[in-house]
Design a protein around this ligand. Structure first.
Ligand code: GTP
Ligand code: SPV
Ligand code: MN
Length: 592
């Protein structure tokens, strides 16, 4: 089979000439096709079928042990000019990138099948959607793309004879970390990923297209591609306020997006609607306000820590039609992970395929993990009980508040509100968070991660800040901007805030601020709540603890902002002067 689209046909032929697959299969997205591909993957061991009585439609996959998270040091932006990629990205010249990767792609698919996956980010045919075609030698990738995006015949139909599309090429090659490259060519609308089989590296619609190429296109075309969840908060009057929130990888987006209100707030009449858990595309609509869509069709969520208490909606979602990656495989053909629902299984096969027992200790006497800390599940968004009925709507939802946040054991208060849009951009631009298992590198180390986009901004971040400032000016009414921190710890290192569903108590304040229903205390870093304005009904928490959660230590902040300046200085003259002005103003407020 080929398509009606001459450019696609020609490109598939060229890529096949380089990779040399035995067969080429065009993916149509049908149920029959899913069953056929799964059966083949069961035969080869690429997938294991799970207990179909307990987990109908669910399958299991292990990645190679050296291939369990995004590899940012092997991820490149290939633009003609180095300065266009910026100091925030690894850079290669496009010609060098193509050359280095071709050497790994060459003959990488001998003995394998190349699957051609036409996919749409956003509903097929919606004016705000983007189409891509991913070529891959992995059935696991095909089946994940089937859940995470809209794939198949309808997408090709939409492209017609000459529609625009992103060219994505992926091969597992030999899964050698020394022969792995994740390359983006924004100027060619092309992605080449080789040598990996891990989600964020290989599901090219997600981080590669929707964020790295997307952010670049948004900059050129006047919209925004962000690493944000989108959720609706329905208040007791039936009004739904929508927020978009950017937290770095594994910092709580999925959990927040589908939280279940704590008893007291539920009784008040609060209800949550999930729009997205990882990516937001936002644009200014004809009414002059900011609207957001989730371009994805599924969730690729972190397993550890997910249980019926922390995230009941997700536990309900993942009982069927789910792909589990790098979790514990139990003897009864079901799955488990650290922080999963009790009871802890006594034995199973761990994420590396080794026998595991709950009393197993490593050489240092520490419990051996059954699941990798970045183990994940892939699940259709439609299975989430709180999914919004606006999911397929091309307008998406109007955004009242933008929320930034990260993991900060110290310093950052539970919540604060920026004074203005420009100040809010500064708050986002100076975000920092402790590194998590979602990326390689030293865990727990605090690093700057502006707008949670450091690994995903496909162009010079100074230009990205400029773009944010400009978008604010173009809006007739811009969302208010907030910062939250669920991860502040006390003297003994325990989280002071209960988190998860209880986070709604903070969102209630945020929405009330957006509707001018509640006052606030002015501090040097922004507005914070009056202690009594955070509803703690039913929480075992004293006003003193709330005060501690909201405390701002001027000296610690003066120390912190030295890092802001250092970060900005990396961008030299390209850094917008508004950001430097905000820095000076903050310094002055803190020194008073
Ligand atoms: P990516 O998919 O990597 O972009 O991550 P994410 O931001 O969607 O993170 P996710 O919601 O999956 O949470 C990651 C980890 O943080 C999980 O282990 C959660 O259990 C934990 N977590 C989420 N929300 C909270 C919270 O409010 N408090 C605490 N203490 N932990 C949380
Ligand atoms: C993240 O790391 O931010 C994720 C998972 O959402 S991945 O798709 O692997 O990037
Ligand atoms: Mn993410």
């Amino acid at each position: 089979m080929t398509s009606k689209h001459a450019e696609i046909n020609k490109w598939v032929k060229e890529m096949a000439k380089m990779c040399h697959p035995d067969h080429i299969v065009w993916i149509d997205g049908s149920e029959e096709e899913r069953i056929r591909l799964e059966a083949e993957a069961f035969r080869t061991g690429e997938l294991i079928q799970l207990n179909q009585e307990k987990l109908p439609g669910c399958v299991y996959h292990r990645t190679s042990p050296n291939d369990v998270a995004r590899t940012e040091h092997l991820t490149y932006i290939c633009t003609k000019k180095k300065a266009d990629a910026g100091p925030n990205n690894n850079w290669m010249k496009p010609s060098e990138g193509y050359k280095a990767a071709s050497e790994i792609f060459r003959n990488s698919m001998v003995g394998r099948t190349m699957y051609v996956i036409p996919f749409s980010m956003g509903p097929v045919g919606s004016p705000f959607s983007k189409i891509g075609v991913e070529l891959t030698d992995s059935i696991y990738v095909v089946l994940n793309m089937r859940i995470m995006t809209r794939i198949g015949a309808s997408v090709l139909e939409k492209l017609g004879k000459d529609g625009q599309f992103t060219k994505g090429l992926h091969s597992k090659a030999d899964l050698d970390v020394n022969r792995r490259l994740i390359l983006h060519f924004p100027e060619d609308n092309t992605i080449w990923s080789v040598g990996s089989g891990y989600g964020g590296n290989v599901l090219l619609g997600k981080k590669c297209l929707s964020l790295r190429l997307g952010s670049y296109q948004g900059y050129k075309e006047g919209w925004m591609a962000e690493h944000m969840l989108i959720m609706g908060i329905e208040d007791p009057t039936g009004y739904i306020g929508y927020i978009a929130a950017a937290f770095p990888s594994a910092c709580g987006k999925t959990n927040l997006a589908m939280l279940i209100p704590p008893e007291g707030l539920k009784r008040k009449g609060y209800r949550i609607w999930t729009v997205g858990d990882d990516i937001a595309w936002m644009r200014i609509d004809t009414d002059g306000t900011l609207w957001a869509v989730n371009p994805e069709a599924g969730f690729f969520g972190v397993a550890p820590g997910t249980n019926a208490k922390t995230n009941p909606n997700m536990m309900t979602s993942i009982q069927k039609n789910t792909i589990y990656t790098n979790v514990l495989l139990k003897m009864d053909g079901t799955v488990w992970w650290e922080g999963g629902d009790p009871p802890v299984p006594s034995e199973g096969i761990d994420w590396q395929g080794r026998p595991w027992r709950s009393d197993l200790k490593d050489e240092n006497g520490k419990a051996v993990l059954s699941a990798h800390p970045n183990s994940r599940f892939t699940v259709p968004a439609g299975q989430c009980p709180s999914i919004t009925n606006r999911f397929e709507h091309h307008h998406g939802v109007p955004i009242s508040a933008i929320v930034f946040g990260g993991r900060r054991a110290k310093l950052a208060p539970l919540v604060y509100e920026a004074f203005t849009w420009q100040h809010g951009v500064y708050v986002g631009a100076t975000m920092a968070s402790e590194r998590t298992a979602a990326q390689y590198g030293k865990q727990g180390e605090v690093r700057r991660d502006p707008m949670a986009m450091l690994p995903f901004c496909g162009y010079n971040m100074a230009d990205y800040f400029k773009h944010w400032l400009k978008m604010g000016k173009l809006m007739s009414r811009s969302p208010k901007i907030f910062n939250v921190n669920w991860f502040r710890t006390d003297e003994s290192g325990d989280f002071m805030w209960p988190g998860y569903g209880e986070n709604l108590r903070v969102l209630e304040w945020i929405i009330d601020r957006c509707r001018y229903k509640v006052g606030a205390v002015e501090t040097p870093i922004g507005y914070i709540p009056y202690t009594g304005d955070i509803d703690t009904t039913g929480l075992d928490m004293t006003p003193e603890t709330i005060d501690k959660l909201l405390a701002i230590d001027k000296n610690e902040w003066l120390e912190e902002i030295k890092g802001h300046k250092e970060f900005f200085d990396m961008f030299g003259k390209r850094m917008p002067k508004e950001m430097l002005n905000e820095y000076e103003a903050l310094k002055k407020r803190l020194s008073k």
